[in-house]
Structures are given as C-alpha cells and as structure tokens.
Design a protein around this ligand. Structure first.
Ligand SMILES: Cc1cc2nc3c(=O)[nH]c(=O)nc-3n(C[C@H](O)[C@H](O)[C@H](O)COP(=O)(O)OP(=O)(O)OC[C@H]3O[C@@H](n4cnc5c(N)ncnc54)[C@H](O)[C@@H]3O)c2cc1C
Length: 416
C-alpha cells in the first residue's frame, strides 16, 4: 500500500465518529477527524441529550400533579417551556466540552472543521488539504425525513433539529409520526402543558414494539390527554407556526381539519451521504443507503460506515459498537469481527419500553425484507446485505474499552 498521511480518517464527529477517533488515537493510530458542523452529533445537540432532559422535566411536572399517589400534596407546576428549554441548553453546555475540538486535539486527533469530499478511492479533500489514509470511516449520521405533504414546509414545521430551540409557548402541538421520537415528545409536551395530537398513517404507535406493549403506552398517553389520529394520512397543512390547520384524510376518504399552533415532524430519517463524492471513491449507494457488507465495509474496501449512516438501527450505543468493530479491523486486522445481532434499546415514554433485539414478529418481517432486498441487490451489486453475527463483539476487547471509555468520560449518559 502506498504511503498515506493517516491511518484513519473519520468523516463526521458524532457518537460513532468520536469513538473511532478517540479509540484509534489512544491505540497509537494517526487519526484525522473531519466535521462539517460541530462535534457531538445528533445525540448531544438534537437527539438523546435534549430529548431525555426535556422528558425529565415533564416527568417531574407529572409527578408533582399526581403527588397524592405518594401521600404528598399535589401541585400544578405550570411549566414555562422557555425555562425548561433553557435547562435543556444548559445540560448540553455541560457535556459539550467533552466532545470539543480542543479535547479531541488533546487526545492526539487532527480535528478539521470543514465540508469535504472524496476525490479518489484513497483521497478526501477538505479546506484545500488532501487527506490520504489506510482506512476511511464515514460517520455522517442521519437527518429527519420530511414527508411530501403540501404546505408542511411552509407551515414552519419543527423537527428534532429545531424543536429544542423553541422559547415560545406551544398551546397545541400536532406530532406527525408515532415512532419513538414522536411518542416520547408527544407525552413530554402534554405533561409540560400543551394540547397534543399525534397523527400516524399506521394503525398503531411504536411499530417496532410488540403490539400489546405499545398499547399500554397508548392507553397511558390517552389517559394523560394526548389525542391520537391513527390510520390517518395528512392531505395538506395550511397556515404558519402559531396557527396551523392540518387536513386529515381517513381511510374511507373522509376529511377533517385539526387546528393547532405547532407541527413536529418525526416521520423517519434519511442517511447523510450527499456531497461526500462517493462516486469518486467507488462507494455504491442503493435506495438512499450506502451499500455495506456484514463487516460495515462499503464497496470500496478501505472505506467503512458506522452509526446511523450504516442504515440499520439508529442508536448511540449501536454507533459506538460499530466504532469498536471497525477499529478492530482497521488496527488489529481482525477481519472476522461483525456487529452483534443483539441490539438492546429503550423508548423513554412512561412507562418505558425496553427490549434486547427484535421480537419474533419483527424478526420474521425483517428476515422477509432482507431476503427480498438481497435478492434484488444481487442483480445490481456484489456487496452483501448486512448479516450481523455476534462473533468478535466481546466487550472485553481493548478497542471496545478504549472507545467506550472515551465516550464514558464524555459524561454521555442517555437518560439524564
Ligand atoms: C430526538 C432523538 C432522540 C434520540 N434518542 C436516543 C436515545 O435515547 N438513545 C439512543 O441510543 N439513541 C437516540 N437517538 C439516536 C442517536 O442520536 C443516533 O443514533 C446517534 O447520534 C448516531 O450517531 P452517529 O455518529 O451515527 O451520527 P451523528 O451523531 O448524527 O453524527 C454525525 C455527524 O456527522 C456530521 N456530518 C454530516 N455530514 C457530514 C459531512 N459531509 N462531512 C463531515 N461531517 C458531516 C454531522 O454534523 C454530525 O456531527 C435519538 C435521536 C433523535 C433524533
């Protein structure tokens, strides 16, 4: 292999990219980390940290209102959303120094703030510098998908990227999407005093959970006053933030208008891969996803993908796990390592729903869709669909320890 400037160049400084960078540097690799916005990624700025901090305030407000359950006087705390959001911002500020460029530079990482692109299979240009490396790691994460609903963008719809900047009252929030983010935020805003209507085209919420468990959450949220419009699509949105009207279309074709003040879109995520020059690098993209094999390798064997950009489950701990898998291959040449098939997760509604991996029902349906997508891909590409195996994912490995201790010392606990 020709001489390169770096052992590892990481593109994207969120959960996955930071663990690759810190873990690689602590193991003696020469590492560059390219970030186009700010280090910390979704989890710190617009994901886990702000959402779980908001949920904590909502839980306290709820407990105060129902304090008689614990033999105390109930009290309505009349939450002020601006104050609650200021607390969210202060929690983020408290963690931010651990993910800062200064800290990563002090670990020996060459941190480059800029928006670059691949110009060849082994070269990435950023800020007028050409970076060559033995291994590149794409860790660019994902962003909220905007459904093509007429009027939605003009109505100033919020996403997780703008929600936590709110400092105004939210009298009536209309949440589009009943997945984990939509459900968590719907309950939190209701507990913080907003009227909330949750709309989903699916007949139920939390589609990855067993139906009977999701139903417990649905009943609790309904009892708290969240209104659900399930099995209903949105025909159009009119008005602007402060006064929005959402036209709902039931399966029988009937239309109804729900008036609210704010719309939050939590209806799926898109992988960030545009503008990276993947063509020049020989990295294939299929159906909006970067094609990766079971080792997280792209169609260019020196380029790996970790975290949300890998196109599977989207969790901070999975991004960190991917980072360990890639480091084992990049540094110790342990090419048999694979991501674990057992992915635990928790949805922070009240009651919380936690699980370790898919239920038999979702496993069956994902097996069916994997078979379908592998069959269709085999005519277009030689790369295989992800087929994770638990082998090589033991947390006792030095890489796992190096990576996760870097993250642990960042103070990143998910439920703050
Ligand atoms: C509201 C919400 C709540 C969540 N709650 C939880 C939770 O409770 N628990 C949990 O496990 N997960 C949660 N998640 C998911 C979690 O945030 C993500 O899975 C995790 O952040 C993914 O890490 P990542 O490194 O793949 O991407 P990110 O953390 O998003 O980092 C990607 C980084 O790449 C940068 N980037 C993008 N494009 C480029 C480019 N072209 N060049 C350079 N840099 C680029 C971005 O600026 C960003 O810094 C939540 C997500 C959301 C939205």
């Amino acid at each position: 292999m020709a001489r390169t400037d770096f052992d590892i160049v990481v593109i994207g400084g969120g959960a996955g990219g930071l663990v690759v960078a810190a873990g690689g540097a602590s193991l003696g690799a020469k590492v560059a980390l390219v970030e186009k916005h700010r280090l910390g990624g979704d989890c710190l700025w617009t994901g886990c940290v702000p959402s779980k901090t908001l949920i904590k305030s909502a839980q306290v407000a709820h407990a105060m209102r129902h304090a008689d359950r614990w033999a105390l006087s109930p009290h309505d705390p009349a939450p002020d959303l601006a104050n609650v959001m200021e607390r969210v911002a202060s929690v983020i500020r408290g963690i931010e120094p651990n993910d800062s460029p200064e800290r990563f530079r002090s670990l020996g990482v060459d941190v480059i703030l800029g928006d670059g692109r691949f110009v060849a299979p082994d070269a990435f240009d950023v800020n007028g510098r050409r970076l060559t490396a033995k291994t590149f790691v794409i860790a660019t994460g994902s962003r909220p998908a905007m459904p093509p609903i007429p009027g939605l963008a003009d109505a100033g719809a919020l996403t997780n990227e703008t929600l936590f900047d709110l400092r105004e009252d939210v009298p009536h929030l209309i949440v589009v999407g009943g997945g984990p983010i939509g459900s968590e935020m719907a309950q939190a805003f209701r507990r913080l005093g907003s009227d909330v209507t949750l709309v989903d085209v699916a007949p139920r919420i939390l589609p990855r959970e067993d139906e009977d468990l999701a139903d417990v959450v649905l009943r609790q949220m309904t009892a708290e006053g969240v209104r659900f419009e399930l099995g209903t699509s949105i025909a159009k949105v009119e008005g602007r933030r402060g006064d929005v009207r959402v036209t709902l279309e039931a399966k029988d074709g009937g239309e109804r208008v729900v008036a609210g003040t704010h719309v939050l879109v939590a209806a799926g995520r898109k992988v960030n891969h545009e503008g990276l020059g993947l063509d020049a690098a020989g990295v294939k993209v299929d159906g909006g996803r970067i094609v990766v094999d079971e080792r997280l390798r792209t169609t260019n064997p020196r380029i790996y993908v970790v975290g949300d950009a890998a196109g599977g489950y989207q969790f901070t701990h999975l991004a960190e796990h991917h980072a360990g898998v890639v480091l084992r291959q990049a540094i110790f040449r342990l090419f048999w390592t694979r991501p674990s098939t057992v992915v635990p997760w928790c949805t922070y509604t009240d009651p919380e729903l936690a699980r370790a991996s898919d239920s038999p029902r979702t496993r069956r349906s994902s097996r069916a869709s994997r078979t379908k997508s592998t069959a269709s891909r085999s005519t277009r590409s030689t790369a295989r669909a992800p087929r994770a195996r638990p082998r090589g994912s033991r947390s006792s490995s030095p890489i796992r320890r190096a990576g996760s201790s870097a993250r642990r010392s960042s103070g990143r606990t998910r439920a703050s």
